[in-house]
Write a protein that binds this ligand. Structure first.
Ligand SMILES: [Zn+2]
Length: 239
């Protein structure tokens, strides 16, 4: 392979490699995974809020149930006292009866509150079950996309590795100084840093050569590699 053909081959491979690397970076599965992650984060945050609210209600409900059973225990012990014969005065018995009745009212009141709290807790528990199911669905979708991504990225990796090897082989037959010149030109001119001289198409440059320049190039020997005086790209004259 002549040096200039090799240089154009390197450029062609570099262009394809850039496209493949771009494709690798922008595989649609990456966006799908990012979307799943965003949904999962949103779901986790909503779930944490619901869980905190549910736990708070649960704590309140348990505390009220404890209050209810404390009051009940106290009422039971007073009731036992009322009937164990230790209370002899009718006045004392009436007072005790009133106290027991007050305690039972309080107990019933606590129990009502506990039931109300349970009714508030129920829909939150239901929401949490639904959130867990939604999370499972999104996680499954994410895993699916991840598997697709792994497969597609691996295919591109292999394509890239093959092309990189071919590029290295072609680069091996190029003068290191010319290769370095090309590398710098590529930063400025991108995918067509080197153009093949083409007398039929204004010299082959994206910026048409002047007639004088075109004529000068026609008389240069094959194998010439020089910057174009009009645009600065490297022009390669193959034949
Ligand atoms: Zn030019």
């Amino acid at each position: 392979m002549s040096e200039l053909v090799a240089l154009l081959t390197v450029q062609r491979h570099d262009n394809t490699l850039d496209q493949l690397r771009y494709k690798h970076e922008h595989l649609p599965e990456r966006a799908a995974i990012a979307e799943c992650d965003a949904e999962l984060a949103k779901l986790a945050s909503a779930r944490a809020t619901t869980e905190a609210a549910r736990d708070e209600l649960r704590t309140k409900q348990r505390s009220i149930e404890t209050d209810a059973s404390d009051v009940e225990a106290k009422a039971n012990s007073l009731e036992a006292k009322l009937y164990d014969g230790s209370v002899t005065s009718p006045k004392e018995a009436t007072a005790l009866g009133d106290e027991i009745s007050g305690l039972k009212d309080r107990q019933s009141n606590f129990e009502t509150q506990a039931i109300e709290l349970l009714l508030e807790i129920e829909p939150l528990d239901e929401q949490l079950v639904q959130a867990e199911a939604a999370q499972g669905e999104i996680e499954a979708k994410r895993a699916e996309q991840q598997a697709l991504l792994d497969t597609n990225a691996a295919a591109l990796d292999s394509e890239i590795a093959t092309l990189e090897a071919e590029r290295e082989t072609a680069a091996g037959s190029i003068d290191p100084e010319n290769l370095e010149l090309y590398r710098k030109m590529r930063i400025t001119y991108g995918p067509d840093a080197v153009v093949e001289f083409d007398p039929a198409h204004n010299g082959g440059c994206p910026v048409a050569m002047s007639a004088v320049e075109l004529d000068r190039w026609k008389h240069l020997p094959a194998g010439t590699l020089e910057p174009c005086v009009d645009c600065g790209r490297l022009v390669a004259k193959l034949s």
